[in-house]
Design a protein. Sequence first.
Length: 445
Amino acid sequence: MSAPVRSPSVIPPRRGVCPGLSRPLPTGDGLLVRILPIGTIARDAFAALCVAARTYGNGIVEITARGSVQVRGLSADSAPRFADAVAALGIAGEDGVPILCNPLAGLDAAEIFDASAFAAVLRRAVAQQSLGGRLDPKVSIVIDSGAPVNLARVAADVRLRAQLHDGQMVLRLAVGGDEATAIDLGVIAPGDGVEAVSRLLLVLAERGARALDIIAAEGVDCFADALACADRGSLAQRDHGARSIETGAAPRQCRDPIGLHALCDGSWACGFGLAFGHTEASTLEKLTDAAAAAGARGLRTAPNRGLLAIGLTSKSTAPFLAAAASLGFVTRSDDPRRHVFACAGAPLCASAFIAARAIAPDIAVAAAPYLSDGLTIHLSGCAKGCAHPGAAPLTVVGTSGDCGLIANGAAHDAPFAAAPLRELPDVIADHLRERCSLAEKIRHV
């Protein structure tokens, strides 16, 4: 396939790799591997995955912000054996460029497009073009089926979203961000989706960079040019409803995965979260037992560090949620632990100066009276900010001395204050109290 593109500008390379089964990542507690499951993991396979995490790793299992499963504490000797164990389970995992679909793709009664089937075709096309080795390792694609439990808040380099347009189902195409910030490229027919995404990936591959970096260096024209066709003008058709960074349009509804969701077959999915994104494999095994008792046929991962039990009956949902809560999982959308993002921290991560995840529960308790829907706290063991790469209302960064506090910024930004680790809960509570008081005064002006 050929597509007209402009001469690439010099784009600074991004750092970082994504750890996979074949490429574990060294961390402070050994090797880390990441699996991005495709679809539902059967109960028995999920339980066996937990056993493998205990057998070959240190038993710590994480669910990431994008819904990947991470297993920690592997060694050079055990990592290949863990990979073999996972392969034997038949868990369908992402291989190559991550293509993310709605958490309930193919099951959600509200979706208007089969994102799972489209993603399968797209994976084959990307593999045939051998683009994986040429793309930045963090490039990702989002395929949104139009259902309320969606990926609107998940950033990606290339986005496709199903929507109704003049009475027809079309795919809206965008690059470089989440649904609120990505640059809109127009709408395309579903039959043109694979070709359009492939053309955009070629732009990324030629530059070996992320979409946001290309947009910053060259603008968006190189992506629009790539969609041009000699015989059809352009694959994407712009319209007056197009969304871009400049319009500042509000994102559509993004329903929380935590809670109950009706499925096409009349059964239910029950969503819950991992507190601060991690748990013990043995605890997940008990959770799987509870899912089996509730009649669930399997589990799926979800964005924002969540899981969904699939196939429950209306009568079994309440007992299952009660069991999940008793095991320490997040079962309420208003749980204060959901407002705190914490990396693994020391000693699990060799780069961390503080045990971010260990202090997260105390921070959540101290902050609970002052939390609102949009207020989040990011606890980062170092300035890399892995748990929450973007800006947060309050970021706490570990250093070789005191912890740095950053308002409305990312982990690498300059702090406005410093605090000893032992005083963090009180300092954070004082800051949030003052923030809430100021906001109240502004509302009454």
